[in-house]
Design a binder for this molecule. Sequence first.
Ligand SMILES: C[S@@+](CC[C@H](N)C(=O)[O-])C[C@H]1O[C@@H](n2cnc3c(N)ncnc32)[C@H](O)[C@@H]1O
Length: 226
Amino acid sequence: MRLRRKPEAKQKLMEHPLVFTPTEDNKGQMQGQWRSVFPHETHPLHVELGTGKGQFLAKASTLRPDINWIGVERIEEPLLQAVRKGEATENTNLRYVWADVENLTDIFATGEIDRIYLHFSDPWPKKRHAKRRLTYRRFLNLYEQVLAPAGDLILKTDSVSLFDFSLEEFQERGWEVIEISRDLHHSPYAAINITTEYEDKFSSRGMPIHYVRVTPPKERAVADEN
Ligand SMILES: C[S@@+](CC[C@H](N)C(=O)[O-])C[C@H]1O[C@@H](n2cnc3c(N)ncnc32)[C@H](O)[C@@H]1O
């Protein structure tokens, strides 16, 4: 994702009411508190990791007002664009976190999230970078901690290699595949699908979208240093 660096983006994000920016001092302050920032505290909490420019969240928060939505993004320029899109919707069920997924367990409490979305995560095709993929087992360990017992995770990608790698990692850690398609847009799951920026780009080139919904193992994970 190439974007011109805007030095003011950082300041705007730090001051924005829809954005939480964890620092060394405040990083744990939202753990277990997320529901209380939304008007409807009982609604499920869905979190998109690697939100990018935020098309999915702006659409999803409009189409599904019965869900509280949070986007996590580590790069300030796309995040600022996402926040602007979200702001324009005037939806009250939408927030953003400026952070690296690495720090997920500082930001969310055990079992706080009902669904995680990984949309077109960077595929890191080189084998030596496998540990950076957001479905590498160390990340799955983090998701196991923050997902609710009945929670799940949805992965969409154009990358066959990331998809195959992810299925292996899910299996290795005892995650269960509930729904799967190697051509989402021509599958029964297409009817309720909300597209992302990258998804529109790849599918307009005729590339099939790979989709899987998985649930974590019943036994809750403990922090894993690997
Ligand atoms: C290829 S883009 C996809 C954006 C969007 N999800 C979509 O489908 O259009 C991947 C995004 O994930 C973000 N990202 C990658 N690794 C991340 C991490 N460890 N923590 C937070 N964001 C991350 C990148 O900065 C980038 O904006």
